[in-house]
Ligand binder design. Structure first.
Ligand SMILES: Nc1ncnc2c1ncn2[C@@H]1O[C@H](COP(=O)(O)OP(=O)(O)OP(=O)(O)O)[C@@H](O)[C@H]1O
Ligand SMILES: Cc1ncc(COP(=O)(O)O)c(N)n1
Length: 287
């Protein structure tokens, strides 16, 4: 018998194609040495061509999954993916306060020097749409992510489309990325990671981490692949896994950045559309 490994929780939707969503999250967490638990928010009918159906889980069932996992198994970090509706976001905000995940209802207590409200870091990936553009979040729900989840977040990880929805800034270069990071940080997350994957004309991918004062730039060549389904989910999950293993935020993001660049480089075709980033290089086939 082995020792119990670190645990992390993803609160996310399922992708039947096994490329994005909680399937990507669990793969990334496993590859990063962490036992992944789930609170399922929605079942999507999805493949490499896109999303053709969505079935929502009742908000109290989402909250009950979070409660069941945290009170028995315990987690070192948690993250969100597809949250689908305002009602699910409200249920998640309430239950994370109840079980002691995230910074609590008054993150300013921490800023005032009263110490963190809780010790379980909460990563909020404000998923709004699939890579093909199908909505994964109700139109009125981004306001709830901004108002109810960002203040509880240790880290928010928007892509550039989500940045535009959240703070109305179109990122085109380093100066606008910094401007966006400041505007996002003012909404309450302790750290913000502005992801540059969507700046498709650029030969480099730059992800910018900001804590309100300091910035960390994670820069690498843009890898020539169309198969980036689930890249954002995998990056947030690898960060969450590193936090669950006890790394401090900048080190956790640096470790996840190393993981995602390798996963993008090892991405593979799947079906007739867009394939996934891959963790398979990190997993030995069973013999
Ligand atoms: N072509 C690429 N080359 C190198 N790194 C990439 C590439 N595409 C994505 N990445 C990495 O993956 C991260 C997530 O991608 P992106 O910015 O597209 O976020 P996302 O839209 O949330 O992801 P997705 O929608 O694909 O799940 C980027 O921040 C970057 O670190
Ligand atoms: C259930 C679910 N969650 C998240 C995504 C976003 O991932 P991507 O932007 O790669 O489509 C998705 N497509 N499906």
């Amino acid at each position: 018998m082995a020792d119990t490994p670190p645990r992390a929780l993803t609160i996310a939707g399922s992708d039947s194609g096994g490329a994005a969503g909680l399937e990507a999250d669990l793969r990334a967490m496993t590859a990063c040495g962490v036992h992944g638990c789930v609170a399922v928010t929605a079942v999507t009918v999805q493949n490499s061509l896109g999303v053709t159906g969505v079935h929502l889980v009742p908000p109290d069932t989402v909250a009950a999954q979070v409660r069941a996992v945290v009170t028995d198994i315990g987690v070192g970090a948690a993250k969100t993916g597809m949250l689908a509706s305002r009602e699910i976001i409200d249920a998640v905000a309430d239950v994370v306060d109840e079980v002691g995940v995230g910074r609590g209802a008054d993150p300013d207590a921490e800023r005032r020097g009263a110490g963190p409200s809780t010790s379980v870091p909460f990563v909020v990936d404000p998923v709004a749409a699939s890579m093909a553009g199908e909505p994964l979040l109700a139109e009125d729900a981004m306001e709830a992510i901004r108002g109810r989840l960002f203040p509880r977040a240790a880290l928010a990880t928007p892509n550039l489309d989500e940045v535009r929805l959240l703070v109305g800034i179109t990122v085109t270069d380093a100066a606008t990325a910094r401007e966006a990071a400041e505007a996002l940080h003012a909404l309450g997350p302790r750290y913000v990671l502005v992801k540059g994957g969507h700046l498709r004309g650029s030969p480099e991918v730059v992800d910018l981490l900001f804590d309100g004062e300091r910035t960390w730039e994670f820069t690498g060549p843009r890898i020539d692949t169309p198969h980036v389904h689930g890249a954002g989910d995998a990056l947030a999950s690898a960060t969450c896994a590193a936090l669950a293993r006890g790394l401090a935020m900048p080190d956790a993001v640096a470790s996840a950045e190393r993981y995602i660049r390798r996963a993008v480089a090892e991405s593979y075709p799947l079906g007739a559309g867009v394939g996934p980033v891959s963790p398979l290089w990190a997993v030995q086939p069973h013999r």
